[in-house]
Design a protein around this ligand. Sequence first.
Ligand code: ATP
Ligand code: MG
Length: 481
Amino acid sequence: MFSKTLRGTSLRGGRPGGASLAVLLTAWYTMASFVVVSAATGLLYLGLANNLRKISEQSLLDELDVCRALVRERGGDSQALHEEVEIDSAVRRYQKFYVRVLDASGMALSTTPGMDRDLSSSRLAQAAAGQQGIFWIDSPGGAPYRAIVALLPRDSTHRDVWTLQVAVDLTQEQEVLGRQRVWVWAVLAAALIFCPGVGVAIARRGTRPLREVAETARHIGSSTLNERIRAEGYPVEVAVLAEAFNAMLERLEESFARLSRFSADIAHELRTPVNNIRGEAEVALARTRTPEEYGEVLASCLEESVRLSELIESLLFLARSESPGDHLKRTREDLGRLLTDLRDYYEATATEMGVTLTASVGDSVWGDVDRALLQRALGNLVSNALAHCSAGDGIWLSARRQGGQTSIEVRDTGSGISADVLPRVFDRFYRADPARSRNSGGAGLGLAIVRQIVFLHGGDVRISSERGRGTTVSVVLPQST
Ligand SMILES: Nc1ncnc2c1ncn2[C@@H]1O[C@H](COP(=O)(O)OP(=O)(O)OP(=O)(O)O)[C@@H](O)[C@H]1O
Ligand SMILES: [Mg+2]
């Protein structure tokens, strides 16, 4: 049972192989938290970049609107435009803001001081040629700008059109984004260092109940099978494991107790015939005996030896049939024939006792059974019936198909078994009437063997009895047999 493997990992001896749960949990936690931190910082960075872009674009568009409004309201007043350009560049102290107004011939009417150095009108016109709306442009010195070039019609005929070139310096925006990138990398590096640490701590904490359960389990031995793991306070999953483990201990303890009782019973049962043989031999050797007396002693010893070897054989049978593996040599058998053979075998004894023994089989009933074993089981049932019948009683053997099953019945009108002991008659070494059974040589193993044989066939055995009225034992075998 314990040699079963868990996902291919043998648990026999030493530590089980495979990755540690704590390591797996740590790895998954680290990966998951790293992905979350990366996604969060990445999204924050993109959000910031987007907002900064929107702000600079909006300021370009605002400037454009102001200039358009000025041209619309004041017509050819280039002085007003010039003032607006001056004011704007003065207001934006931290962000270079360039505005240039060109007349229809391309002459600059107004230019923010310094703009010609960084962004000449031809450079801007060239960059704007292939673009729509706001575009990105670098100065010859490498400074980044966002710019827009727009037409300013001075009257409704659209014949005199000025051109407005507006550019905003992005150096500060790029610096802010650069600092943000440094933060992003710093946060990611910190996550890479801290996440495994936190993961290890969490995994250790999470698996601690498991280690405690394992520790308790490690200390439980055959002499401390009554110990249990206290599941209170543990997480549900571990509590379930602990409860399953406790249930297994319960079963083991019960099996152990049964085995020790069985061993004690075996010792007791073997002692009686051995003591008898020893006693007879000692008494016989105490003084010189006649050959007849020696013969009697030897015959008595032989009888005890036969009983002893039968007992040993029964015990061996029970032990072997409990070990795993199919012990059956199945053949297709006529069960009616099997019952009549059984009747013929016991008929002489029954007649001698004044008991009627009848085998009744209706339609022929066949089954794939181990003939020798089934014969042995049914023989045990018939000899039980004979042992508890007296002159005038009857025993009936019958076999029939019943709802897809085969039912073989041994019914007698003997002394019966009282209801209080009936549930125990299949226990090993159990005798409902020890004095009587012992006289008839019974060890109390017959029904245990019957049950074992029927179980090997995949069937079930039931007993019903009433004190003073008789007993019926039914062996029910599945259809496949
Ligand atoms: N047909 C029956 N009528 C009355 N009592 C029965 C009958 N069959 C079994 N018993 C009771 O059940 C007990 C257990 O039966 P079981 O066949 O296991 O043991 P046994 O007959 O005493 O010994 P063994 O079969 O090992 O020689 C018997 O001791 C007997 O008291
Ligand atoms: Mg018996």
